[in-house]
Design a protein around this ligand. Structure first.
Ligand code: PAF
Length: 282
């Protein structure tokens, strides 16, 4: 596996693969790799002859300087993990200067899907995600790019950007990977204190239990139940729980409003912001 830090080295490596007629897959990450990322890379390796993994903690998508500062950075361990467990061809690990020699002033008009949930609580976040992902798409020009369903709204935003900008790239959604306890794996899990780690699996437990409420409760009652369950646990503070149309990401008021219903949650476990989701119907 080759490790490159400049855009020109990256482009040279991809061009060589293209010359050999290889299909190209891209897995964008911010590092601190875990088995969720490995499942994305594994899928990319199954489906593409040449696989690029990018590792870059993108400053423009952080609206909280503390969050950016404390975000785990473990490049050596990431490279080891990829070498031992995947057949990825290239790791692209640029500096911020390489990606943003000038401030990126592009504004992505993403419409209502970007105004709710993460868009509401992390203003500017998705614009930053689109800035970095569009740059990676332009440098690599992959046939396929892989994203986890844990970041459900991010996936919808990237699909919208791909469709708006007419990128000829297939976006491949990959299922959430969970620890045995049910906790969705996340780079942020390493930041959990022992006490927070103990309660964190209750998030998925509450979401799963709430599915049974569908028969005799409205979406609003169901959402309130989830929030009540979690907020009654010491150490949790729910930021939002929205039960939404899985396509438009707008809150639904009745289960019959759409065939695709997803509940998206963000919870603070101590100081760590965890996100998860559950599909009620599809
Ligand atoms: O999901 C992430 O890790 C990041 O938002 C992404 C897509 C790599 C862009 O920085």
């Amino acid at each position: 596996m080759k490790i490159v830090t400049t855009i020109s080295e990256l482009k040279t490596a991809v061009a060589a693969a293209r010359n050999e007629g290889k299909t190209v897959g891209l897995v964008p990450t911010m590092g601190a790799l875990h088995k969720g990322h490995l499942s994305l890379v594994g899928r990319a390796c199954d489906e593409c002859k040449f696989v690029v993994v990018s590792i870059f903690v993108n400053p423009t998508q952080f609206n909280n300087p503390d969050d950016l500062r404390t975000y785990p950075r473990t490049l050596d361990a990431d490279v080891e993990l990829l070498t031992a467990n995947t057949r990825a061809d290239v790791v692209f690990a640029p500096t911020a200067q390489e990606i943003y020699p000038e401030p990126d002033t592009r504004v992505f008009e993403l419409g209502p899907i970007a105004e709710v949930m993460e868009g509401k609580y992390r203003p500017g976040h998705f614009n930053g995600v689109c800035q970095i992902v569009s740059k990676l798409f332009m440098y690599v020009e992959p046939d396929k790019a892989y994203f986890g369903e844990k970041d459900f709204q991010q996936l919808a935003i990237i699909r919208k950007m791909v469709s708006d900008l007419k990128f000829n790239i297939e976006i491949v959604p990959c299922p959430i990977v969970r620890e045995e306890s049910g906790l969705a794996v996340s780079s942020r899990n390493v930041l959990l204190t022992e006490a927070s780690r103990k309660i964190a699996p209750l998030i998925h437990k509450a979401l799963k239990a709430s599915v049974t409420l569908m028969t005799d409760h409205t979406p609003k009652e169901t959402a309130n139940w989830v929030v009540g369950q979690l907020n009654s646990t010491k150490g949790f503070e729910v930021e939002y729980y929205d039960i939404v149309d899985g396509n438009t990401l707008q809150t639904i008021t009745s289960w019959n409003e759409t065939n695709y219903v997803v509940g998206c949650i963000t919870v603070y476990a101590g100081k760590v912001r965890l996100i998860d989701n559950i599909t009620y119907k599809k």
